[in-house]
Design a protein around this ligand. Sequence first.
Ligand code: PMP
Length: 284
Amino acid sequence: MSDVLYFNGRFTTTDERVLGVEDRGFLFGDAVYEVFKFLSKQPVFFRDHWRRLARNLDAIEIRNPWTEPSFIEAMRALLERTAFADGIVYIQVSRGEGPRAHFYPDDMVPTTIAYSRAFKFPDAAKKERGVQLITTVDRRWKHCDVKSVNLLANALAKKEAQRAGADEALLVDEGAVREGASSNFFAVRGGRVITHPLDEHILPGVTRDHTITVARNAGIPLDEGIVREHELGSLEEAFISSTTLGVMPVVKIDDRPIGGGVRGPLTAQLQRLFDEAEAHAVGF
Ligand code: PMP
């Protein structure tokens, strides 16, 4: 199926082969990406995604091809050309194309792509049923706060989860539970919600951030701290968060049911509060 594709400022479709083989995104994973959700052709938490993209480009010294107004204009034009109402936009900016060499010139012209894709967001039944996780070793590089396209360790971990009949892999680094392969992780222990602090070990998820805000506004006790692997068996509740899943209950980790294997009450409350916040964050 072909989708509308934005490529370096012009529009085409995903059928066109636009990338050169010496693009550094392809050869070195020298690129960052961003994903936002749209509903009725309107973006959700748009500014958070723009700010994270801008921060990530800065972090690896790729020139930002956009200003905020030109980014808004490009994404508006992309969504106007999109044939469906709800989905995600995938954006990727690489350092650019040039003769393969680890050393790169300072003045490379970034390669910029963005495309919209239809996406079936979880319905009420799925949001209640939740997901199952496996634990696996976190083999990623040491800057997981940068949303780079180096997703090999994440993809291998996800495959391991799939082979085990689970939905997501929980990445564990010398006993410390970091995050999911494509989601942030929250636990409930002693009536308090706990999630990993923002540092180089996790991606600063937009959904994580808004979940923390709605929890604090509702007076739900929430700490940023480390959950250890050996504590996973005694959690009262757990959930993961991401742009595509929102707040999603975790009902099993490895062979252990969490909270009796059903969605917990704090998770259900946070799911509701997050969905309300999301409904208020639709639009440019
Ligand atoms: N952590 C990782 C490793 C991810 O890939 C993602 C989703 N891209 C997240 C967390 C969740 O981030 P967000 O809520 O911004 O989608």
